[in-house]
Ligand binder design. Structure first.
Ligand code: ADP
Length: 334
């Protein structure tokens, strides 16, 4: 398990409920999405109507689940949580939809991973608040139309572009979640520390924020590991020194790279002179699967401007040499 993984691990799942902001005012950062959502929800409330369907797109750990719960809270409505992979058959979706109460919020995480028949059923449910339930099999099968009370679908996806256009078009509003700025993550750390009953200094929070890869979930996880260090080896306070020492133990560096990220970058620089080199070759050099290098390490390195994917292979940027404290080879003449 990587400390800088974006997906929630067991411990995250256990504490995240306690750390979730409960309303839009408590939700840190994402000012654009927050303002847009605020308008959508206020207007719906003023009309006494159910809010439009909302699509939230963005990387894991940026607060999509949290926002869906805030939408329900702001509308004073209950929420049902499910995910695309959990809905294998259209019947699974029909069962969920037909049990929704009026105005209820349905949160559908990883909506791009729903099965095709379920997706088609969802189109009709979103647009007409109706589903056709097929009863029986073969030539005797009949479709029984079923009216649904108005509900609000909140869909979450890592990339809005992955959704088929007919599905995308049925959302009244799409919120694009961005990675968080260090100052915003610092506020996340302060807030979470307060809820966990941990004392944290401004420098301690800043150090954790800078290593959290723009992601509140990672910030909260690093905070817990630094808290452990502070308890066992310090005086219980999350200081700058506690953050630096604790995260050295877990091999998360000052920019948020972990051992795998640095291994990939190090091989690219030391063995291949900074590239270009094919990803398969790079993967062999670090003893990892190609998919791990491509999907786990590279996206963050690319985002950080340390590595570039070119048609000829992977290339290190000057920032990569600087980050690992190495000197790039002299430019070949001509
Ligand atoms: P996602 O659904 O996008 O994977 P979550 O909503 O589960 O992300 O958020 C992951 C964790 O990060 C939660 O513990 C949540 O409390 C925290 N978090 C996310 N966004 C914010 C925010 N804007 N302010 C404070 N905490 C946040």
């Amino acid at each position: 398990e990587r400390l800088v993984a974006t997906a929630a691990d067991r411990e995250d799942q256990a504490v995240e409920a306690a750390l979730r902001p409960r309303d839009l005012g408590e939700f840190i950062g994402q000012s654009r999405v927050r303002e847009q959502l605020d308008l959508v929800l206020r207007a719906a409330r003023a009309r006494g109507a159910t809010a439009d369907h909302v699509l939230l797109s963005g990387a894991p750990g940026l607060g999509k689940t949290t926002l869906s719960m805030i939408i329900a809270a702001e509308m004073g409505a209950p929420i049902r949580v499910t995910s695309g992979p959990a809905i294998q058959h259209a019947g699974d979706l029909a069962a969920i939809l037909s049990s929704l109460g009026e105005g209820e919020v349905l949160f559908l995480d990883e909506i791009h991973r729903m099965s095709r028949p379920a997706e088609e059923m969802l189109y009709m449910a979103m647009e007409d608040f109706r589903v056709d339930v097929v009863v029986g099999k073969g030539p005797g099968a009949t479709a029984i139309p079923l009216e649904l009370p108005p509900f609000t679908l909140v869909g979450a996806t890592t990339r809005a572009g992955l959704l088929p256009p007919p599905l995308r078009d049925r959302f009244g509003f799409t919120g694009h979640m961005e990675y968080y700025e260090p100052a915003e993550l610092q506020r996340v750390v302060h807030r979470s520390a307060g809820l966990l009953g941990v004392e944290v200094t401004a420098e301690g929070a800043a150090e954790i924020a800078g290593r959290s890869r723009g992601t509140p979930r990672i910030a909260n996880r690093l905070l817990r590991r630094v808290r452990d260090w502070a308890q066992v080896r310090g005086d219980g306070v999350v200081t700058h020194e506690a953050a630096v020492s604790a995260l050295a133990v877990y091999e998360v560096d000052e920019r948020g790279l972990d051992r795998l990220d640095r291994a990939v970058l190090g091989a690219l620089l030391r063995l291949f002179g900074g590239g270009p080199v094919g990803v398969a070759t790079l993967a062999v050099a670090v003893g990892e699967e190609r998919e791990t290098v491509e999907e786990v390490a590279e996206p963050f390195l690319v985002r950080e401007g340390l590595l570039a994917r070119t048609p000829r292979g992977r290339v290190a940027t000057p920032a990569a040499w600087r980050h690992l404290g190495l000197t790039p080879p002299a430019q070949a003449p001509g």
